[in-house]
Design a protein around this ligand. Sequence first.
Ligand SMILES: [Zn+2]
Length: 81
Amino acid sequence: MKENLTCEECGRELIALIDGTVTPSVARVIERHAASCASCGEALQVYRRQALRLRRMEVLPAPAFARGSAWCAKSWERGVS
Ligand SMILES: [Zn+2]
């Protein structure tokens, strides 16, 4: 992993960082880019907030509107909305 990410590379890795599927050294590089880049820093915040919200929603059943659609139901199963 190189030390300097482009925003595109950072954006790709942000999800993995939130998922906790990156190695600590990769996480450091992403966090450093996010700390020095306004748009990626904001994206990281947004992802973190969404991840928290999704984790809270996992204990609740999918709402009726989501159960009505196969696509939505799949998204709910994966924990992605
Ligand atoms: Zn960036």
